[in-house]
Design a protein around this ligand. Sequence first.
Ligand code: MTE
Ligand code: MO
Length: 334
Amino acid sequence: MPLIDVRHPNLPRASEITPKGVYLSRRELVAGLASAGLVGCAARPAQARRGYELPAVSRDPRYDGVVDRGVTPSSVSGRYNNYYEFTTAKDEVWEQSRQFEVRPWSVRVEGMCHKPTTFAMEELLKRFELQERVMRFRCVEAWSMVVPWVGFPLAQLLAAVEPLGSARFVRFESFYEPLQATGQLTQPWYPWPYFEALRLDEAMNDLTMMVVGAYGEILPRQHGAPLRLLTPWKYGFKSAKGIVRIELLEERPDTFWHKMVPEEYGFFGNVDPRVPHPRWSQAMERDIETGDERPSLVYNGYGEWVADMYAGTPRRERRKNRRQNRRGGRESTD
Ligand SMILES: Nc1nc2c(c(=O)[nH]1)N[C@H]1C(S)=C(S)[C@@H](COP(=O)(O)O)O[C@H]1N2
Ligand SMILES: [Mo]
C-alpha cells in the first residue's frame, strides 16, 4: 500500500541516512550515563517513565453502536503507527519513541480568545473529566482499527480560554524536538513541527477529543503521548499527536499534509469512500489485526453526529475553501 510517505525525490530514504544508527548510539549513550548515575531515567519504574498517572475514567457508550468489530489488541495498534517525527517505519515507531520525554509537558492555548492559558499536563488530567470511548479509526492509507481512547472533549478546553466571536478555526501544533525525535532531523524536507487544523464548529463537536490515554492506561508514546487529538470521522492524519500549542484563528490556516502534497490532502480530510485518493481507492478498508477488508463508511460511520456541519456549508464558503485548497484536496465536503 503506498503511503503518505512523500519524501523529496532527490534525497535518500531516512533509513539510508542511518537514523537507526544515530538512534542506537544515542540510546547507548543514555544507558551509559544512567549506569554512571548521571541521568536517572533508566532506573525509574515503568509508570514513572510513562510520565503520568491516569485518574479515574468513566465509560462513554454513546458511540459504541458505530463499532463493527472487537477492539484491536494494543499489541497490534501499538506496533503499527504513523509518527513521522520518529520514523516512517510503522513497526519501529514504538521502539524509536520509547525514550521520548513527555514530562514536563504543557499545552499553550492562545490566539483569538479572552483568556490565553498554558496548561500543564498534570492540570489537564485533574481539571477535565476523563471518558473512555471505543472508536473506529481510519487512516487515509486505507487501514483501520478500533481503539478504546481516553480523553475529554476539546470543546471543554476551548471553553476554558473563552474564544472570541471572531474565532473561526483552531490550529494544532506538535512538538519540535529533533534531538529526541530523529525523524525531524533526518527528514528535513517535512515542514516540522507537524500542524493540523479544524473549523471551529468541528473543534467544538462532541466527537472531537483531546486524548490522554488508551486501553485504560496513560497514552503510550507511539500513540502521541502525552496529548493528541482525535477526530474519528476524519482520516487519521487530522488527529495530531504530541500537541504543544492550540491556536484560535480568524483565517483558515494551512495543514502539514496539504502543504506537502496539496493535490492529495485537503483541509477537511473527512472519510469518504466515494472520493478516491489520487493514487488509490478509498472504497474499502483493511483491518490491521485480521487483514479483513470491509467497505469504508462515509464519515467513518459517525455521520449522525457530524453530517449537519457540512450540509449547511453555504456555496460561497465551499467555493472559498476550494480556492484556498489551490489545485487540490479532492473532497466532497470542500
Ligand atoms: N505529530 C504527528 N501526528 C500524527 C502523525 C504524525 O506523523 N505526526 N501521523 C498521523 C497519521 S497519518 C495517523 S494515521 C495517525 C496514527 O495514529 P496511531 O499511530 O496512534 O494509530 O496519527 C496522525 N497524527
Ligand atoms: Mo494516516
